[in-house]
Ligand binder design. Sequence first.
Ligand SMILES: [Fe+2]
Ligand SMILES: [Fe+2]
Length: 308
Amino acid sequence: MTELQVRKMRFAFADYDVPFLWNEENPAFSSMANAVSFLAIGFEKMIVNMIREAMPLITDPAVAEEADAFVRQEGQHSTAHRQHANGLIRRYPGLQETLNEVIAEFDRLTVQTPVEYRLAYTADLEATFTPVFKLMLDNDSTLFRPGDDRVASLFIWHFVEEVEHRSSALIIFDSVVGSDVYRMRMAPSIFRHVMKVIRLACAGFNKHVPLEERQVDALSMFASYRRMQKLRRRLPFLHAQDNGPMPRAFDHLPLREQLVALVGIVRSQLPKHNPDHEKLPALADVWFQRYDAGYDVSHWYTAGTVTP
Ligand SMILES: [Fe+2]
Ligand SMILES: [Fe+2]
């Protein structure tokens, strides 16, 4: 029996303005997280269609139950990210075009690729989440705490549930396709697509959100882009368009922790990877305990502590 819990969460994004620069101390991370919100909407829409298609192929009832709980968690994430994105679109209407482009990229996969490919996509990408989100959650005091509590709470909830269902996509892939070789062979094209979608979102941010309000060249999270921009600035005849400063979201984090995350990402793609054995962020445990105790996890930093 699956242990996944489906939790409905709302974050009051409609109540007042949703800032693009939701963590003013870290514009690069603010922008990166906004891009994750856009990606999540398209990705999770693809997952919902994919599970619908894969369900008849799942013969083991335990896996079918896991798939059902998994897709319902993802559905909740998608709904919350849509509310976050709608808040941003209200303030910067051009971002509707960006969100449409991101969703269209995943809709294209749904229409044009076999279900095996999308199962591999989901398993590969979700396998990277635990090491990446551990890095972020272990450093929540600088990445999330100083920010808008609605946005911070949305990401913390989403990331701890990704940690919770870290094995689901792989279990489903193994039950329907069951080939590490296929998963590894598809990995380069899968991660190329992920990067393409994030780039699309970041280019949209540069286009539709004024620099004074984003405070960062949203594309600067790509090392290749940073190199090109620096080159263009040195060579005036290349007519570099200046999209703003190029700080990096994780520069202030301990190098050792960044390396551990990087090694974790590589390990997550190897054959026989078992996410059950991953080291988990301590914050995830605290989150589940607080949720069970009735703490208002939609206001993670501002709700106060529960008195027994
Ligand atoms: Fe999710
Ligand atoms: Fe997920």
